[in-house]
Design a protein around this ligand. Structure first.
Ligand code: ADP
Ligand code: MG
Length: 403
């Protein structure tokens, strides 16, 4: 039986096709974090797509059209999610003029004019309702502006949207970009004939989307280390009062099922034994470390405590492959970043093969100054967990295959 990873590794990539004179549409993931003034706080995702874009320029593609989403618009225009905020940075990184396209259908002729190789950036694709709905009519329209479709949006490859999935149906040639291939190779190292024990470290705040995946990753892992708001939900499921902490009461049953699944598969689960609690997230006055059982009324657990750091670090030290997604606490606030930073260092210092994924987690690793010491920094958070589940990511599913 071929694994999901081997299947995905079997798709054609950009270097298997000739882009000369072709209109190339590249689905990138430029969903970068921005502050209130639209400063891009981390442009890693843009930089990660440059090899693919530059390859098309260097190989004389007729035109290159970049498609991405930004933020979570609801199928209509919202100024704060406009890709105009990104155009300048992209031009600077590419060292090339990038033309902005408001309405891709109206600009069809422009994109097809092959007099000189040009780079276009489409307005946020999620301003169209057809994108998330994977509407076939919309996918067909997108396909109509290109000869070759390249998917390089690994961070969005677990979504079945028109620009990540549907469009491939209507384009003659559909291939993966270099980032997609690099990601798959890195995960293949971790998941195909891995050196055990394998530890999965999860945390962060997207509990509802991630917790449901955990039950099915058990066959692939030996240890499950849980921190952050994710662990608050588990601690609550064990019957501890979490009071003002961020957790999801509706997922208590799911948390119990995850623990059951772990027991059945002989996976060791590590939960916080102590936590850092605060009387206020915005204006912390009273901050202390307490046993996980003793979160006080009116307080919220915002980081793992020192005993937990020690416990998790020891479990990590004895692992040979480590996959990490989700910070251990509210790391954006310096006072609550210690647990996440110390864990970043523990993973970085291990002799294991280490992959970190997820926008916030990668950001935390960089702030901790440990980015050089990980084997691989993935641009995917949710996507990486779905790989662990054994799924073929939709972003790879419809791409052409090598013979
Ligand atoms: P990623 O982007 O790496 O996939 P998530 O988006 O799931 O990670 O989670 C990151 C967010 O989780 C951060 O903003 C962090 O502040 C928040 N977080 C983690 N632990 C806690 C906690 N105990 N309380 C509140 N927020 C938390
Ligand atoms: Mg995040």
């Amino acid at each position: 039986m071929t694994s999901n990873i081997a299947f995905m590794g079997g798709v054609k990539s950009l270097k298997d096709v000739d882009v000369t004179g072709k209109r190339v549409l590249i689905r990138v993931d430029f969903n970068v974090p921005m502050d209130a003034h639209f400063n891009i706080s981390d442009d890693r995702r843009i930089r990660a797509a440059l090899p693919t874009i530059n390859y098309c320029i260097d190989h004389n593609a007729c035109s290159i059209t970049l498609v991405t989403h930004l933020g979570r618009p609801k199928g209509e225009y919202e100024a704060r999610y406009s890709l105009r905020h990104i155009q300048k940075r992209l031009e600077r990184l590419l060292q090339k003029r990038v033309e902005f396209i408001e309405d891709f259908e109206a600009s069809k002729e422009e994109i097809a004019a092959c007099s000189l190789e040009r780079v276009f950036l489409l307005e946020n694709i999620r301003f169209h309702k057809g994108e998330k709905a994977n509407d076939p009519e919309f996918a067909r329209k997108l396909a109509g502006i290109c000869d070759i479709y390249v998917n390089d949006a690994f961070g969005t490859s677990h979504r079945k949207h028109a620009s990540t999935y549907g469009v491939a149906e209507y384009v003659g040639t559909s291939v993966a970009g270099f980032l997609m291939m690099r990601e798959i190779e890195a995960f293949a190292k971790a998941l195909e004939n891995p050196i055990r024990p394998i530890a999965l470290v999860v945390g962060g705040a997207k509990v509802s989307t991630k917790i449901t995946l955990l039950g099915s990753v058990m066959p692939k892992i030996d240890k499950l280390i849980i921190g952050g708001a994710m662990s608050n939900t588990f601690l609550y499921a064990l019957g501890y009062e979490m009071h003002a902490s961020l957790f999801e009461a509706e997922f208590v049953e799911t948390a119990r099922e995850v623990l059951d699944a772990a027991r059945r598969h002989g996976v060791k689960v590590y939960l916080p034994v102590d936590v850092v609690i605060t009387d206020s997230v915005e204006k912390p006055v009273d901050v202390k470390v307490v046993p996980a059982q003793d979160v006080m009324e009116g307080f919220s657990a915002v980081d793992i405590g020192p005993a937990t750091v020690k416990l998790f670090s020891e479990a990590i030290e004895l692992s040979n492959t480590i996959i990490w997604n989700g910070p251990m606490g509210l790391y954006e606030v310096d006072r609550f970043a210690k647990g996440t930073y110390k864990l970043a260092t523990a993973i970085a210092d291990s002799y294991a093969y280490t992959i970190v994924g997820g926008g916030d987690t990668a950001d935390a690793v960089e702030r901790a100054g440990e980015q050089e010491h990980f084997s691989f920094i993935s641009t995917g958070g949710g996507a990486s967990l779905e790989l662990l589940e054994g799924k073929v990511l939709p972003g790879f599913e419809r791409l052409d295959r090598r013979a």
